[in-house]
Ligand binder design. Structure first.
Ligand SMILES: NC(=O)c1ccc[n+]([C@@H]2O[C@H](COP(=O)([O-])OP(=O)(O)OC[C@H]3O[C@@H](n4cnc5c(N)ncnc54)[C@H](O)[C@@H]3O)[C@@H](O)[C@H]2O)c1
Ligand SMILES: [Zn+2]
Length: 350
């Protein structure tokens, strides 16, 4: 079931107080990581009448923390804080805090209301929207989780000001993905964003456009039975690359891994005669925006093993999904040799 929820793209001080006044919560629990506590929590604490009722828990940042051990810590703190079913849970952070916070709230006493206050571009445009919550387990990304929509999402581009450049670029991969899905890769807002080095993009416009692509798809297919699979573009290979490099000294951000995945999957699509609109633009933008590493072809076995465990598979087939027209998709079963040849193509391209 899809429950409508508001997505505010506005300064927090203009959106959150009004929404809170229309609700009634017994208490408010805020999850941050060390970085969002420093850079983002002060914005929240400026909201009048809010800070004296808060329980704040801060976890270590990073994908390595997105696991059941951290959930146990969060649930323990929720218990210590006496959180009942009328409490509100706020995830103040990037996709890690958002996914894990949403999961802890969705499973606490069979589910309490939670809101997402995304603080990275990736979370604003993607992770906070759509209700997918969860954690990594035994080296596999997001393998444990539930789909539960937040009560509201509050997106304030002010948080992007403190975001490290590499993390900002990471979010751009999902913005490009949304533009590819909706046939907007040649639009002005995409070329403006691609010139990040020389101009400050209009984040309000970019976020409004990018979020609308995701939310339209989620509304039509909340449980991912069809169209929502389009949002997995780049993620079959991208998630495997992200998991595979996670515990090495060369971990990639989620967006970087998705950029690798999109390049490889576009190559496979083309080799099968599937025409992805404006694929050439994507192939031009992605290597220019990201500092992408060479992928060791010797990782093929590990990547393939991870891809075989992917939730997106059906009937034992490893699948990729690509747009063949705006809001229309092709699902392709791929083989180990497709993976190998796409890595070869990718390494030659970057
Ligand atoms: N649920 C979904 O639909 C969905 C979609 C896409 C990605 N994801 C998940 O999102 C995660 C990646 O999210 P992410 O890229 O936001 O990573 P992240 O949450 O790890 O944040 C990246 C880094 O930026 C720091 N940070 C966050 N906001 C900041 C700010 N405003 N100023 C300074 N530093 C800040 C964080 O502490 C962290 O070090 C992955 O786990 C991925 O699986 C989920
Ligand atoms: Zn993603």
């Amino acid at each position: 079931m899809y429950a409508e929820f508001p997505i505010f793209t506005a300064p927090l001080a203009d959106s959150l107080p009004g929404w809170l006044h229309r609700q009634s919560f017994s208490s408010v629990f805020v999850l941050t990581d060390n970085n969002t506590r420093t850079h983002c929590l002060p914005h929240l604490l400026k909201i009048p009448d809010f800070n004296d009722t808060l329980h704040i828990l801060t976890i270590k940042p990073g994908e390595q923390e997105k696991n059941l051990d951290s959930c146990a810590l969060i649930w323990a703190e929720m218990k210590n804080a006496g959180l009942d079913r009328k409490a509100l849970f706020i995830s103040l952070g990037g996709g890690v805090v958002g996914d894990m916070g949403g999961f802890c709230a969705a499973t606490w006493k069979r589910g309490i209301k939670f809101v997402q206050i995304p603080t990275t571009l990736l979370a604003m445009t993607d992770a906070a929207i759509g209700g997918k919550t969860g954690v990594d387990f035994m080296g596999v990304k997001n393998i444990i989780g539930v789909i539960r929509q937040p009560a509201a999402v509050f997106t304030d581009p002010v948080f992007l000001k403190t975001l490290p450049d590499r993390e900002l670029r990471s979010g751009m991969a999902e913005v490009f993905k949304h533009a590819a899905i909706s046939g907007e890769l040649s639009s002005g807002w995409i070329s403006a964003m691609a010139q990040l080095d020389s101009t400050e993009p209009d984040w309000m416009e970019i976020l409004t456009k990018s979020v609308s692509v995701k939310i339209d798809i989620v509304r039509k297919d909340p449980e991912e039975n069809g169209l929502r699979m389009l949002l997995n573009m780049g993620h079959t290979i991208g998630h495997a690359v992200e998991s595979c490099l996670l515990d090495t000294g060369e971990a990639l951000t989620h967006g970087e891994a998705v950029a690798v995945g999109m390049i490889c999957e576009l190559y496979i699509a083309e080799s099968r005669g599937v025409v992805v609109p404006d694929a050439d633009l994507l192939i031009k933008y992605l290597p220019a925006i990201f500092r992408l590493p060479r992928i060791d072809p010797g990782l093929g076995d590990s990547l393939w093993t991870l891809m075989c465990q992917d939730k997106k598979n059906a009937s034992g087939n490893v699948r990729i999904t690509l747009p063949d027209a705006p809001h229309s998709m092709q699902i392709l079963n791929i083989s180990r040799s497709d993976l190998d040849s796409s890595i070869k193509y990718y390494n030659n391209l970057i």
